[in-house]
Design a protein around this ligand. Sequence first.
Ligand SMILES: NC(=O)c1ccc[n+]([C@@H]2O[C@H](COP(=O)([O-])OP(=O)(O)OC[C@H]3O[C@@H](n4cnc5c(N)ncnc54)[C@H](O)[C@@H]3O)[C@@H](O)[C@H]2O)c1
Length: 350
Amino acid sequence: MLTREGLLKTPIRHIDFTQHNVVPLVDAMRDMAFSARDLARAADIAERMTRDPECGIILCLAGSLISAGLKKVFADAVRFNMVDAIVSTGANIVDQDFFEALGFRHYVGEEKLRSGMFDAELRELHIDRIYDTLIDEDQLRICDDTVRQIADSLEPRPYSSREFIRAMGEYLQTHGVKSDCSIVYEAYKNDVPIFVPAFSDCSAGFGLVAHQHARGDAPKVTIDSAKDFYELTQLKIQNPVTGLFMVGGGVPKNFAQDIVVAADILGHEVPMHKYAVQVTVADVRDGALSSSTLKEASSWGKVDLAYEQMVYSEATLAVPLLLGYVYHKGAWKGRAARRWNRKLEPVGVA
Ligand SMILES: NC(=O)c1ccc[n+]([C@@H]2O[C@H](COP(=O)([O-])OP(=O)(O)OC[C@H]3O[C@@H](n4cnc5c(N)ncnc54)[C@H](O)[C@@H]3O)[C@@H](O)[C@H]2O)c1
């Protein structure tokens, strides 16, 4: 019989790229073929963008990456100054990273659960499933409610998601981080802005709905996604040379790419993103955004063609190799910290 204790037993452990020197492995892939060669070229581009003193690096995250064991990879990328801004889905930042920072964990689900045959039983037990990973739904509700408490504590006005996530970092500073690391907290400490353009489409949405319902007709906290777009565009205008490291597709990919066009609309001629790497499992035949190639993005005036590489791989395999490569090559050493949050505080945009 399935029990909560039996199911929520073995936590997902986050891979630590500092502990594995992948440089010889990735270098050996350079003269192979297919995805191995693509990955090695993407690693070269990621290293090049990190070494480019003019380049601001934007990390884009879709999918379910933090629950899958990639949290420390991204937190360390922030810590070691390999990233200047993050654009993500709410699932990664709130439901998964902030959730773990509150002291909760994701758990390894047995292989038999993947069939879906036990999902009704999981529902009875208040356990959510992401493919082979399990989550305690009751703990997720605490995460939702913590977002509500943060909203309740703020001056009622429109916020960019970046401002709200910074307040989440401040909450962690005050209440303590109850896990080994946190992207939200690392970004807070290093003034790295995190944008979640579809902020209500995750645990944060439940907290904000509860906040707005309780406020009724009184002034309330709202999320202004146009402000997010404006803020990120301001960063592009101030730091015209940019590189994108994209994991998955979805809203974060398009949002970060579009700031080139937004800058143009504001009357600033900025270059396309100079460097772009995307790791994805999507394939092009659906014509959708997640699968669209970076070459296609160049036809929209968003991504330059010289240094772009798609890597067709599931992210848990490719991302530790790519960011581990940049880390172990030391490309981040001596890199200037941009601390872009400071440029956007206190009122958001110039
Ligand atoms: N994923 C979740 O568990 C979850 C939970 C709560 C809310 N949400 C919300 O759902 C919305 C949509 O999320 P999304 O954009 O991540 O959608 P998504 O999960 O469909 O991912 C978008 C695309 O990214 C690529 N991708 C995803 N995971 C990948 C991986 N591991 N490796 C390689 N490529 C990968 C795929 O091409 C996919 O089509 C967001 O607003 C998010 O906050 C998601």
